[in-house]
Design a protein around this ligand. Structure first.
Ligand SMILES: [Zn+2]
Length: 398
């Protein structure tokens, strides 16, 4: 698939019919009573039973063939650098590979793998603005990469945040990956970022690679970022009692990543459930990382948390869709009228022991992806990366 996917020319109407299961992405109602979804010009316009929605005038008709439609998955934590190339593992096409794992939106936690990354204030601001522009212009495979996430340095002043926001920067990279590693400075700058509408996240846990440092619970709680980035470490997790302190000591997002400590992820999940706070749980991969690129990382997290964390699969999918969309103020991630028509169509993998897709995920298997759709446009059909889906959807008309 081309790297720079064109938007549709002229009005479009997508009808997905014969859906076996609709996962909404919203925890309060994770399964919808519907077999048909209609999207016009890239936005969802109707969800319901075939007889109850207006499917007239479709420009694309998909027969879901009884498969499952969910919102496209959101990876809350990636480190992109330049288009679909990553210098971290010197790999090309990694974002397109994630699309084959059902991911349609990515959030940068900092373009920190840029060779020769500037650390002076003018340089880091320029790089953030450049990344924001470059990834908004180029969507590998159609994937929406929200990038341009500067990593804060001690020399920054309030006006730098005002200037970044005015230039279109909406995210901070992981606090702690730059020179600012102390609570008071982080808190001051995160406050400036928030004042100008810039969201923030923090590196939680031990150093990720040589050159990064420890961020413990005191710094995390004092910095008060919008998201507690990889609370299960990336890779090295904080001790359990510190993870508990963070969960109980703030109301911020609890991000669990694939490139982290899996036991600590399950521990965090348990605490969030005890607190009745599962809506705070969101998922990322932290890719590309030392552990590589994980195109199926989000699906693997869903399966891990559902099977070993004993969360119903339809709720685990919300961690990777609606929870993230709400926390990050994105227009995707939930199947409801008015939101972006970004979908992943899946079925249980061939020969899974599960009796249906949800059962298979609860047993620890990955689903097979049969199609991805972004802004109402089909981007991929049967995934080249997941185990093959038992049933796949088909484009039956234009
Ligand atoms: Zn990190």
């Amino acid at each position: 698939m081309a790297h720079d996917e064109p938007q549709a020319a002229g009005p479009t109407k997508l009808v997905i019919r014969n859906i076996g299961l609709v996962l909404s992405g919203a925890m309060e109602r994770p399964i919808l009573d519907a077999d048909t979804i209609v999207a016009e010009n890239g936005k969802i316009t109707a969800i319901g039973r075939a007889g109850d929605v207006n499917a007239e005038g479709a420009t694309t008709i998909i027969d879901a063939n009884g498969t499952t439609v969910a919102p496209g998955l959101i990876d809350s934590h990636v480190h992109p650098v330049a288009g679909d190339w990553t210098p971290r593992q010197n790999q090309i096409g990694w974002i397109d590979s994630f699309l084959h794992g059902g991911v349609t939106t990515m959030i940068s936690a900092g373009e920190v793998h840029m060779p020769g990354r500037p650390r002076d204030v003018v340089g880091l601001k320029a790089m953030a603005i450049f990344a924001q522009r470059a990834f908004w212009t180029l969507r590998p495979g159609g994937v929406k990469v929200h990038a341009g996430a500067p990593v804060i340095e001690n020399e920054m002043v309030e006006d730098d945040f005002r200037e970044l926001a005015a230039a279109g920067v909406k995210l901070l990279g992981e606090v702690g990956l730059g020179g600012v590693k102390d609570g008071p400075t982080a808190r001051k700058m995160v406050g400036w970022a928030r004042k100008y509408g810039i969201q923030s996240t923090i590196h939680t846990g031990g150093p990720s690679i040589p050159g990064s440092g420890l961020i413990d619970k005191d710094v995390v709680l004092e910095a008060d970022t919008d998201v507690v980035g990889h609370i299960n470490g990336g890779h090295t997790a904080l001790p359990d009692n510190q993870i508990r302190c963070i969960c109980e000591g703030c109301k911020r997002g609890l991000e669990l990543v694939h490139n982290g400590n899996e036991r600590a992820a399950l521990y965090t999940l348990r605490i969030a459930r005890e607190m009745g706070d599962l809506s705070r749980v969101i998922l990322g991969t932290d890719a590309p990382a030392g552990s590589g690129v994980q195109p199926l990382g989000i699906l693997r997290m869903v399966s891990l948390l559902s099977s070993l964390g004993e969360v119903p699969a339809e709720i685990a999918f919300c961690f990777a869709t609606g929870n993230t969309a709400r926390m990050r103020a994105l227009d995707c991630g939930i199947i409801e009228a008015g939101r972006a028509a970004d979908f992943v169509i899946m079925d249980k993998a061939q020969h899974s022991a599960g009796k249906n897709i949800l059962d298979s995920v609860q047993l620890g298997d990955l689903p097979g992806v049969g199609m991805t759709i972004i802004d109402g446009i089909v981007r991929t059909q049967r995934s080249r990366n997941t185990p093959p889906a038992t049933k796949v959807p088909e484009i039956v008309g234009h």
